[in-house]
Unconditional design. Sequence first.
Length: 150
Amino acid sequence: MDADRLRALLLTLPHVTETLQWGASLVFWVGDKAIGGKMFTVLSLDQNSIGRGRSVISFAAGPTRFPDLLEREGLHPAPYLARAHWIAAEHWQVFRNPEWESELRAAHALILAKLPPRTRATLALPAAQQRRLIADRHKLLSQKSIPPKP
């Protein structure tokens, strides 16, 4: 597995969006962040820091799967997100490709199930209506971030 193949896989999952955050990290969300979506995977694009204590990817594992994954060589609690049962992988060889697929689909399903009812209702709207609602929400959020003129 590598970052490009993983990105292609994640973008095929229902209601997934991506953002570039924290310098060089691709964050994958179930539902757009503007409507209350939640992240389920963070993929590091910074090749210089990988292998020097940084992970290539972090993902939601859930309380049931979390302890089992910690037993595996190359996996550890994700910094800042361990309390939410997130796992970080030091390298791509931690899993074979089918296992990566399975773990990340499970992370997606776990977070989708945790979305608030209002967000799930928005995701159930027809695609055009959903896009319009998300665009309106982005517009509103961008207006709030601009300080008013004195």
